[in-house]
Design a protein around this ligand. Structure first.
Ligand code: 13P
Ligand code: SF4
Length: 319
């Protein structure tokens, strides 16, 4: 049946969708930035690293990936025999888009000539399979420090595509990695002025921000953490109020798994623009339709598979 026709059908409750998928041999994975409905419909919800690990170990024959395109591509690379599909093929990522494979190849060539040797290229997982294929090792927000620390301090490193995550790694690890000039359009809009105002209005609160946030926002935070690290913190901390400097759907998970606390979404400079517009393209209707259609399918070009998978597997071996 066509996706379009199915979107007109009534969508069942999340638990019914999950059961239907189980009966039909489909594993539903969802990133924590998806809305509550999609999180509830999924068999497994996680950060980028947990989702990559889950895909690698699941032995699934069909995966419906509720997230953005590079995450589904990663699942396909790590679970190559599975059919991997997504609710909306247009769900991309501004950070991934900021680093094109051809531009990266030119810059790597330029640096090789300038340095007299090819720098080790570390790529944040938020990039295309074509970019991954040109990199030595991948990292996520959950293991970036360990991945960079696994590379000898004497090695020149090019870090792509997020200049904020790369800048935070340089600061905290004392490295001087060369940074690609990319950024996430969601995290870049958090404002230090509105964050300070929210902190003043909530004395005793703890501020956690994602390393994709700009330096002034990170510097005004108590903790800089990936989404899985944030979840661990809210479950274990004595604090009761948390200001959350990441995509606002993350709060759904916090409220579900640590309901004893209060969560306040950090706002942008002039709006509450803290929802990822790409993640929002995935809806309950599109999920239901894609499960029936087993599509649209995500695939990776033959020649990219081996080098991209190698860089991902090198990451998985670190932590
Ligand atoms: P995590 O690696 O923390 O899941 O974040 C993914 C992402 O896209 C952040 O914007
Ligand atoms: Fe990409 Fe930013 Fe959306 Fe994460 S929040 S998927 S980095 S655009």
């Amino acid at each position: 049946m066509e996706n379009k026709e199915l979107t007109l059908l009534e969508v069942p409750e999340p638990a019914q969708i999950r059961d239907w998928a189980t009966e039909n041999g489909i594993l539903i994975l969802a990133h924590s930035y998806q809305d509550g409905f999609l999180q509830e419909a999924a068999h497994f919800v996680g950060d980028s690293l947990e989702l990559a690990r889950h895909a690698a170990q699941a032995n699934a024959t069909a995966i419906c990936f509720c997230g953005v395109h590079f995450m589904a591509e990663t699942a396909k690379l790590l679970c190559p025999d599975a059919t991997v599909f997504v609710p909306d093929m247009e769900a991309g990522c501004s950070l991934a888009d900021s680093c094109k494979a051809e531009d990266l190849a030119r810059y790597q060539q330029h640096l090789t000539e300038k340095l007299g040797k090819r720098p080790t290229t570390v790529a944040y997982v938020n990039c295309s399979a074509a970019v991954k294929a040109q990199c030595d090792i991948i990292c996520t927000s959950g293991n970036a420090r360990a991945v960079v620390e696994s590379i000898p301090a004497t090695e020149p490193i090019l870090f792509v595509p997020d200049k904020h995550l790369g800048g935070w790694l340089n600061e905290t690890l004392g490295r001087e990695m060369i940074l690609w000039n990319g950024a996430c359009e969601v995290h870049e809009l958090f404002s230090v002025e509105t964050l300070l105002a929210l902190q003043n209005a909530n004395p005793g609160s703890i501020t956690m921000t994602h390393p994709e946030c700009p330096k002034p926002v990170r510097d005004a935070s108590d903790f800089v953490l990936g989404t899985a690290g944030m979840l661990r913190l809210v479950k274990s901390s004595e604090a009761k109020t948390f200001i959350v400097g990441t995509e606002a759907n993350m709060i759904y998970r916090f409220e579900k798994e640590a309901p004893q606390n209060t969560y306040l979404a950090a706002p942008g400079a002039s709006c509450a623009c803290n929802l990822c517009p790409y993640m929002q393209l995935n809806t309950a209707e599109k999920l239901w339709a894609s499960l029936h259609a087993r599509g649209p399918e995500v695939d990776v070009d033959e020649e990219l598979r081996e080098p991209a998978r190698r860089a991902l597997e090198r990451m998985l071996a670190v932590l």
